[in-house]
Each structure stands twice: as C-alpha cells, then as structure tokens.
Design a protein around this ligand. Structure first.
Ligand SMILES: [Zn+2]
Length: 194
C-alpha cells in the first residue's frame, strides 16, 4: 500500500456509501484538481478532527467547551431536548420552536446491534436533571428511536419530570434529519406528554 493512489482509493472506500468504483472515480478526480483544492480538502478533514470535539455537558459538536447551547444564559434552562446525534440539533434550532438545552445520546437503543442503555450517554443525562421541568424526547420516529424514547420515559417519569415526545406528523420510519422544517416545527409545538 505504498502506492499513493491505491492508498487514497483505499481510504475513500472506507467512507459510508462509497464503494470501490466511486472511490476510484473520486481519487482520479482529486488527481486532476489544482493542488490548492486538494490541499483545502485535506486541511478541512484534519481541522474537523483536531479542532472539534463533543461538549463535555451535552455532547454537541463544538470548538469550545462547554458549547454555545450549554453556556447561553438566554436559553430556557428548565428544558432539555434529547436527540440521538449531534447533527439532529441544527434542524430543531432552525424551527425556532425550541429554546431550551440539548442532550445528545450518541446513538439509539438497538437490541439487534447489541446497543443497550449503557452504550448511550444516559448516565450524564441523569446528572443534569436538577431544576429540569421538561424533557423533550426528539429521538427519531423509527424502531430504535421509539424504543429509546420509551426507555427514557420509564427512567425519567418516576423522577417527577414532565416527559414529552414530538407529535410526529413526521413520517414513521423517518429521521429528524430528513424532516422538513414546517413538519418538525409542528411536531415540536404539538409535543405530547408520554
Ligand atoms: Zn453543550
């Protein structure tokens, strides 16, 4: 694997949804672009790995710790919205319907893939419940997301916290990431107690 082209093809084909054919095409494309363009891509990849990390409180992706959501005093600090992945926060922010805090689980329960509660960031969440009036469960409307929401509701409700779930006009089996803003805003505004 000392051949640089073969090495690039090998690395690219490890990316999700990139097969060997696409990897080969991308590698040859990169061979043709100006050096500055290829360099910018390489630097962008290195930068996200070196400059960004998970917030130590909520697991959002951030360049400063704690993140801007956790430190923003203007936000409603009595609510926490639970999402599966850091990239689920942005669509919820865009709706303008939610102004509370976030907590990223870094996954969802999946018995099939052997992902139990111990693999998710649930213990840190339990350490954040002081002064919290409502937990909004915004896990995805698919089997794993629903199982995760049910599990969390069982854990959180006995602690006297209002637990709500997005009133999904969202397509079942879908993903918050792919839900349009209007539907997501309506799902948030119409959230129901679990
Ligand atoms: Zn944070």
């Amino acid at each position: 694997m000392s051949d640089p082209l073969a090495r690039l093809i090998g690395e690219l084909s490890r990316l999700p949804s990139i097969g060997p054919k696409t990897a080969t095409r991308l590698a040859h494309y990169l061979l043709k672009v100006p050096a500055s363009e290829a360099h910018a891509l390489a630097v962008a990849i290195v930068d996200v790995k070196e400059k960004l990390f998970h917030c130590s409180i909520c697991n959002a992706i951030t360049a400063v710790d704690p993140c801007r959501y956790c430190t923003d005093e203007q936000r409603d600090r009595s609510r926490i919205c639970i999402v599966e992945e850091p990239f689920n926060i942005e669509p919820i922010e865009r709706t303008g319907e939610y102004h509370g805090l976030y907590h990223v689980l870094l996954g969802a329960l999946s018995p099939h893939r052997g992902i139990g509660p111990d693999r998710l960031a649930i213990t840190p969440l339990l350490g954040r419940l002081t002064g919290i009036a409502e937990i909004v469960l915004a896990t995805n409307p698919n089997v794993e997301g629903e199982a995760t929401a049910l599990y969390l509701a069982r854990v959180l409700k006995p602690r006297g916290i209002l637990v709500t779930r997005l009133a999904f006009g969202m397509p079942v089996g879908g993903d918050i990431e792919y839900t349009d803003e209007v539907t997501l805003a309506r799902s948030l505004a119409g959230r129901r107690e679990m």
